[in-house]
Write a protein that binds this ligand. Sequence first.
Ligand code: KIV
Length: 273
Amino acid sequence: MSTNTVDNKRKVTTARLTEMKQRGEKIAMLTAYDYSMAKLIDQAGMDVILVGDSASNVMAGNVTTLPITLDQMIYHAKSVVKGVNRALVVCDMPFGTYQGNSKEALASAIRIMKESHAEAVKLEGGAEVRESIERILSAGIPVMGHLGLTPQSINKFGTYAVRAKEEAEAEKLVADAHLLEEFGCFAMVIEKVPAALAERVAKEVSIPIIGIGAGGGCDGQVLVIHDMLGINQDFSPKFLRRYADLSTVINDAVGRYIDDVKSCDFPNQNEQY
Ligand code: KIV
């Protein structure tokens, strides 16, 4: 269990995240997609659990986040919520459920909240998704924004390289961050941009900035659980710190199980009725 949060059992709310930013207390966020992992992450003292559309990659094996459906996200979020007592649970809105039509966006967000019991939604983009954000917020649903590298736009970007290195894109990102704050988003993720830019945004806006590959000047950090636990070996960007090597642990355990079954060592006398 984290030494920071071990004594703190109070439920995390969107208001509490604002207070944390005001106090200068960093916000820890990780993804989860199922009940058992969410329970472990919550018990360790996580502040925010994101049911990310990265489920499309790490759970379903898709190359991008685009194929995952609203029904699938609701399934994952519902499982996560059952394992969580303390963390704020935020569910990603999948590609195609909020862009273009704000009524559909609201209907998608309502389904997420009603069916999964997640406490907030996250969606990608700035000015271009203004109507959707405002309509979702008008129904009392908290919205987390997501700027910088927005994986649902991979076909437009053509690459997962660092975003907003050029001045024009950096200024658009700063403007979008101010807009998200004005619209009423409670926080935003900023992904894979230069650290100085993310730090500038974190200083300029009053809502928490949760970074991934955006440096230490953000108000909090998020990683994909499969990446930080070393379950996913195919992904090693510079920003990723691995806290475990579970692929080796799992490979070793599974290999020993196979050997024990083949050699008739498992089950032994004490492992049967
Ligand atoms: O889907 C996801 O996991 C995310 C994080 C990378 C922020 O959006």
